[in-house]
Design a protein around this ligand. Structure first.
Ligand code: SF4
Length: 78
């Protein structure tokens, strides 16, 4: 029996992720600046814990997590 969550992750493209994240971020109030978000995402992109679009430690799409002011990297990298 396969994991529904894993199957979904495998079929979500970069464009789908970006669209999903942008939709969710429209509901959020407390966002970081574009500069901080890019700085965080640059760290994620080089991190061995990034699996496609998702951090293996927190399960979040990093594009979403890195945009929220109150969120931190679960491994204290940002
Ligand atoms: S949130 Fe932290 S641990 Fe997760 S992928 Fe980004 S840098 Fe790595």
């Amino acid at each position: 029996m396969s994991c529904i969550g894993c199957d979904l992750k495998e079929t979500v493209s970069q464009l789908d992720v970006h669209k999903l994240v942008e939709e969710q971020l429209e509901l959020e109030q407390d966002l970081v600046s574009t500069k901080i978000r890019e700085k965080r995402l640059n760290i994620c992109c080089k991190c061995p814990s990034l699996s496609q679009h998702t951090c293996v430690h927190c399960g979040c799409f990093v594009e979403f997590r890195a945009s929220l002011r109150q969120k931190k990297c679960p491994r204290d990298k940002w």
